[in-house]
Write a protein that binds this ligand. Structure first.
Ligand SMILES: Cc1ncc(C[n+]2csc(CCOP(=O)(O)OP(=O)(O)O)c2C)c(N)n1
Ligand SMILES: [Mg+2]
Length: 360
């Protein structure tokens, strides 16, 4: 059995009956994105947001390679447009939830990068006091109510937060970020049903990167399109190019404002791809097998950062030199923070039980 579909099979989609079609095929959607009608300053902010996430994750990857990190690390390099695009439409009183691959969600919402690095290293200054590691991030002050590695584990938490927002009549929304693999858990379907029947202000954001660890979606499901489950639950849904940040901003903006005004749940399926293996910093390996270099190179042509940058440059909103300068400064800043955070203390032994139970 083949675990990774080579490009030539991707080109003849009829072999595995892709419902996503071109969206799942990296030879398409590789050019500059359409930014007509978009506010240039919001787009530049989104570009910077994506670069921040990418460089933060590259810095974390270097920490792992250097042997400083003791927890598993799942990188979302290549998927930055989803978290950044959604976060532009959220406010601090909204409640967002992540999964095992949530550095990008946390940072896009406004989570502190130093606290992220400290958490990944297990330091007491981390966003979860060093008790959580890469997969348990938390930043309540910016509306990020936590990431959890139990696949699909946070989807019902988002539904609960949506019930609270509806009862409190705040106009806030809840957002659950999760992957295509999470849709294979029963609780996902229960949550869609409950959100529909109770009319809850919750947005289910599926980052469909076509893989659950090493397994291609076509070896796991009869269709590669996750939005079919929303159809079955009578929930409003959209399937979009998740590497086009302008599209994520626009489409999620419509769904989120409808959720705020009408308590209407929605599912946004964003098609994307991770550039690194399922866990760890390497590109060339996944869980127990080699990744196809051709697929990775092809998907890099659909780079969300480069595609937005090209559009901004061709519309005279930004220059390559400005981009290079921003990138250089961010890299220098994050390198300094990552060196500095090593000096922080480990959690004290007598604090071990401090965060197990909620206190008054
Ligand atoms: C309930 C549960 N089952 C299995 C796992 C092991 N596991 C961790 S991540 C993962 C893959 C999840 O794939 P997906 O939801 O598509 O997210 P992605 O890794 O692609 O971002 C699996 C199976 C787990 N953490 N929790
Ligand atoms: Mg996946």
């Amino acid at each position: 059995m083949k675990h990774i579909l080579p490009l030539k099979e991707l080109e003849s989609l009829t072999i595995w009956q892709s419902q996503l079609g071109d969206l799942a095929n990296p030879i398409h959607y590789a050019s500059a994105i359409n930014i007509q009608g978009c506010d240039p300053s919001s787009l530049i902010k989104a570009l910077h947001g994506m670069v921040n996430i990418r460089i933060a994750e590259e810095t974390i990857a270097d920490m792992v390679t250097a042997g400083h990190v003791k927890c598993p690390v799942h990188l979302a390099i290549g998927q930055e447009a989803v978290s950044v695009g959604i976060a532009t439409n959220l406010r601090k009183s909204d409640r967002a939830f992540g999964n095992h691959r949530s550095h990008g969600h946390y940072l896009a919402m406004g989570g502190d990068v130093r606290k992220l690095f400290a958490e990944v290293l297990g330091k007491s200054t981390g966003c979860s006091h060093g008790f959580g590691g890469s997969m348990h991030l938390f930043a309540q002050d910016v509306g990020f109510y936590g990431s959890v590695p139990i696949v699909a584990g946070t989807i019902p938490l988002a539904v609960g937060a949506a019930i609270a927002a509806k009862f409190d009549k705040t106009g806030d929304v809840a957002v659950a970020f999760f992957g295509d693999g999470a849709c294979e858990e029963g609780v996902f379907h229960e949550c869609l049903n409950m959100a529909a029947i109770m009319k809850l202000p919750v947005i289910f954001v599926v980052e469909n990167n076509l893989f659950s660890s090493h397994l291609d979606i076509n070896l796991r499901q009869p269709s590669d399109k996750i939005a079919r489950f929303a159809e079955a639950a009578c929930i409003n849904h959209k399937t979009i190019d998740g590497n086009d940040v302008a599209s994520v901003m626009k489409e999620s903006g419509e769904l989120i404002s409808k959720a705020r005004m009408q308590n209407s749940p929605a599912l946004l399926e964003a098609i994307t791809y991770r550039w690194r293996g399922h866990v760890g910093p390497r590109e060339d390996i996944d869980v127990g097998l080699r990744r196809s270099p051709e697929d990775i190179s092809a998907w890099k042509m659909r780079d969300p950062v480069e595609r937005l940058l090209k559009s901004l440059i061709s519309n005279n909103h930004y220059t390559r030199a400005e981009f290079d300068e921003f990138t250089k400064q961010t890299r220098a800043e994050f390198t300094k923070i990552s060196a500095d955070v090593h000096k922080d203390s480990w959690p004290a032994e007598n604090t071990l039980m401090d965060y197990v139970y909620a206190s008054e």
